[in-house]
Design a protein around this ligand. Structure first.
Ligand code: GRF
Length: 196
């Protein structure tokens, strides 16, 4: 199975998947990364692992349709089977969505459907969880459709929220779980134990 990635930032989740491929635990081949951020550390990580990397954004393609087409083309030219969102801060275009319908997955740092949707990204999620007095939070892996954070849930893992937690400490706890859950879920997808 050939994997493509979309990432906007540090790419630590992508790295956990690259590591699982490298160690042979995940029987998949990571082949390409598209980032909308020229300074994303994810680009460095992907280059180091030998992936094809593309910087495609509204700066390189001001017309959204052409951007959507360029991103879709980048993945199609590398025969991607599965598209993995790993901290991608942009909405997926309709062309990309239909080209990989049912084969795009994302990770979200809360127990969806709680704390998902517009504005629920990065530290906002953890701040909202703390403000709501939640006793647990966690990570969710889900299929991507045209609504933010609303595709079918494939896997979830929770963490305990303590009274001492701040958004930053909760973010760290959740990220640790994300780095386990993403490769584990992909291993199950490849094995056919989770169907898309
Ligand atoms: C993660 O918390 C993920 O849940 C969210 O964006 C963050 C990406 O972190 N979608 P990284 O770039 O993988 O380090």
């Amino acid at each position: 199975m050939k994997l493509g990635f979309l990432a906007s930032g540090r790419g630590s989740n992508m790295q956990s998947i690259l590591d699982a491929c490298e160690s042979g635990q995940l029987k998949a081949e990571p082949v390409a990364l598209v980032s909308n951020n020229p300074d994303a550390y994810a680009l460095e990580r992907a280059k180091k692992a030998g992936l094809a990397v593309f910087y495609l954004s509204s700066k390189t393609h001001p017309q959204s349709e052409l951007l959507d087409e360029a991103i879709t083309g980048a993945f199609q030219s590398h025969n991607i089977d599965l598209l993995i969102l790993a901290g991608y801060m942009k909405k997926i275009g309709p062309k990309l969505l239909s080209a990989y319908s049912g084969r795009i997955i994302n990770i979200h740092p809360s127990l969806l459907p709680k704390f998902g949707g517009t504005g629920m990204y990065g530290m906002n999620v953890h701040e909202a969880v703390i403000a709501a007095g939640e006793k647990e939070s966690g990570a969710t892996i889900h299929l991507v459709n045209n609504e933010y954070d609303q595709g079918r849930i494939l896997a979830q893992r929770s963490v305990v929220v303590t009274e001492n937690d701040k958004a930053e400490t909760l973010a760290e706890k959740v990220l640790t779980v994300e780095h386990q859950l993403y490769p584990e879920t992909l291993i199950k997808i490849v094995a056919g134990d989770i169907s898309l």
